[in-house]
Ligand binder design. Structure first.
Ligand code: 16G
Length: 245
């Protein structure tokens, strides 16, 4: 894995190239959860680079959650997260899902504001250009483990006080009588990259799921248009199928 690092760096700083090499190996499964990394010294020898450089790359990956260091025993690929089994036939919120499992939900707000809707949002939410939308982006965590980044968009008329959304969007919508009762959800594969991978504490390129949810009121009006990325290593989506049309 580490031999020839110097040659393939092609002008990139060596520590960055080493970091990416380890990240890719974790992302594509060459290094699995719990696997031990060779010692700093061994990596330095194999890669023919200084220990300072190795240390810098490893420290970065420990900070981003890809590797963990155990005092006295070395450096390991972060252990597997406990997978969440999520039903595809019930319309629930993240807060409800995690509360039911006895997990503590926390969210980090990445963004929140009131905007004029994009053409996409206008179409999906059935709004005119004069109406406004509330956009919110949250990193969602259960027992401190980041599981998803959700970017929700709701008509501002249904969330008159975006500053008061609190911990649960569905609870805030429910207060105003806008709790969704039906949703269409689309799931597709995606590689987690850049800021998404960093926030979710996975290696760049790791498998993810892109999920789009459009949810409706009983009247048929659209409530939310949410585009999310979920960790592929943390979710199993399960649906019950029945014979017949
Ligand atoms: C779920 C939904 C999301 C919704 C959120 C509200 C997906 C796949 N799922 O995570 O659309 O906005 O719950 O959760 O997007 P909250 O009420 O805890 O804020």
């Amino acid at each position: 894995l580490f031999a020839g690092i110097r040659e393939t760096a092609r002008g990139q700083p060596l520590y960055l190239h080493l970091r990416r090499t380890i990240e890719e190996a974790v992302g594509n499964g060459l290094l699995g959860p719990g696997d031990a990394l060779p010692s700093e010294r061994d990596i330095a020898v194999q890669a023919d680079i200084s220990r300072v450089t190795v240390r810098k790359a490893v420290r970065d990956l420990v900070e981003s959650g890809v590797l963990v260091q155990r005092h006295g025993s070395g450096t390991f690929v972060a252990p597997r997260v406990e997978r969440v089994e999520q039903s595809l036939s019930r319309l629930t919120s993240f807060t409800e899902d995690m509360a039911r499992r006895g997990k503590a939900v926390t969210s980090q707000w990445l963004d929140r504001g009131v905007f004029t809707p994009s053409p996409d949002e206008m179409m999906v939410l059935g709004l005119s250009a004069r109406e406004l939308v509330v956009r919110m982006a949250r990193l969602r965590m259960a027992d401190g483990t980041p599981l998803a980044i959700e970017r929700a968009c709701v008509s501002a008329s249904m969330l008159p006080e975006p500053g008061l959304i609190g911990a649960s969007l569905y609870a805030a919508l429910g207060k105003g009588g806008y709790r969704p009762v039906r949703a269409v959800q689309r799931i597709s594969a995606a590689n987690l990259t850049g800021q998404d991978a960093e926030l979710l504490k996975v290696a760049a390129g790791a498998a993810g799921l892109r999920i789009e949810r459009i949810s409706y009121l009983a009247s048929g009006r659209v409530v939310e248009f949410t585009r999310s990325v979920y960790r592929g290593d943390a979710y199993d989506f399960v649906a019950e199928l029945r014979l017949g049309g």
